[in-house]
Design a protein around this ligand. Structure first.
Ligand code: NAP
Ligand code: LUD
Length: 282
């Protein structure tokens, strides 16, 4: 058996066309959606991701302003910048790229963002609303995962979903969204006793661990939908997901590739959230 590929780049491309139309409609009302990204330090992966965000903004007609701050920038300076951006009427979305240097507390920084501009969906107000099933700005990567699962045509309702990883940015919110879609959800982490037993029962498997090729084909239920969130750079310079694509694609029914899977969807959902935030002004 050979899995169907869930092509993140293609789905992202289709969605971006629709987002472009919404940007044009906003412009007719004299609103230009604006996104500010704050990048502290010179993490090479973050630089790539932020550049991809800037490029997507440009393609869609969204105004983007990136603040590239030196590694030594203090937490107070970052928070002061956020306070200015909270007040700036031309900025509808604010995103602080993670990870931050050790001397800057991501929780404190994220809480400084006006929840209505929190296009990352990571502020406690948006996370709280997500858990309560209320309208909110949804975290980009998890939202992208749900759209990709739906694109397979399977009905999430009643399925057994297993999420490996419990980070605030991926594992926890994607678990909540799967629950919202009426899946029966199991969340695994480094203290899970028998990981393979759990993953082998999953009709839907979402993996966000940060370890290259961690999930092998024999840990997957035949026919399952496998969403690989991991992005790891190997010593040979190539990118690998958290799932061993070669063995997994022989067992799964559907699988996302890396690159070209969840990554482009993360960026598209950020564009979506920025437009949503701008539309609320209409
Ligand atoms: P993270 O904060 O490092 O969390 C990793 C999670 O994996 C933790 O919950 C950890 O458990 C769990 N874990 C570690 N070893 C494990 C093991 N042996 N068995 C089971 N669980 C284990 O990671 P993250 O920020 O969610 O990122 C995960 C990966 O996704 C990374 O490769 C990252 O680059 C990628 N990512 C990609 C996108 C995208 O758009 N494509 C977005 C975000 C992240 P504990 O909680 O017990 O420590
Ligand atoms: N922090 C994110 N940190 C890391 N992949 C991203 C990402 C684009 N606050 C905050 O943007 O949403 C975030 N909000 N994240 N990530 C990861 C995470 C953050 C990851 C991958 C990509 C953004 C992306 O463009 C391409 C792909 O998978 O095809 C390949 C990129 C490459 O390295 O060539």
């Amino acid at each position: 058996m050979s899995a169907d590929i869930i092509d993140g780049k293609e789905i992202a491309g289709e969605m971006r066309q629709k987002i472009k139309d919404r940007v044009m409609n906003l412009k007719k009302k004299n609103i230009v959606p604006g996104l500010s990204v704050i990048l502290v330090g010179d993490d090479p992966a973050s630089q790539v991701y932020v550049r991809n965000k800037e490029k997507a903004c440009k393609d869609l007609g969204i105004k983007s302003k990136t603040f590239r701050l030196p590694r030594e920038t203090s937490q107070a300076e970052v928070i002061n910048l956020i306070k200015d951006l909270n007040k700036d009427p031309e900025i509808h979305g604010i995103l602080v790229q993670l990870p931050l240097p050790d001397h800057v507390d991501p929780d404190v920084v994220i809480e400084a963002i006006d929840p209505s501009k929190d296009v990352d969906g990571l502020h406690p107000v948006n996370m709280g609303r997500l858990i309560r099933g209320q309208q909110c700005l949804m975290p980009c990567t998890p939202h992208g995962c749900i759209i990709m699962i739906k694109r397979t045509g399977i009905d999430i309702k009643g399925k057994k979903a297993v999420v490996v990883g419990r980070s605030n940015i991926v594992g926890k919110p994607v678990s909540i969204m799967l629950l919202q879609e009426n899946a029966t959800v199991t969340v695994c982490h480094s203290k899970t006793v028998d990981l393979e037993k759990e993953t082998r029962e999953a009709d839907i498997l979402v993996v966000a661990v940060g370890k290259p090729k961690f999930i092998k084909g024999d840990m997957i239920k035949p026919g399952a939908v496998v969403i690989d969130v991991g992005i790891n750079r190997l010593d040979n310079g190539k990118l690998a997901g958290d799932v061993d694509f070669e063995s997994a694609s022989k067992v799964a029914g559907w699988i996302t590739p890396v690159p070209g899977g969840v990554g482009p969807m993360t960026i598209t959902m950020l564009m979506h959230n920025t437009v949503e935030a701008a539309e609320r002004l209409c």
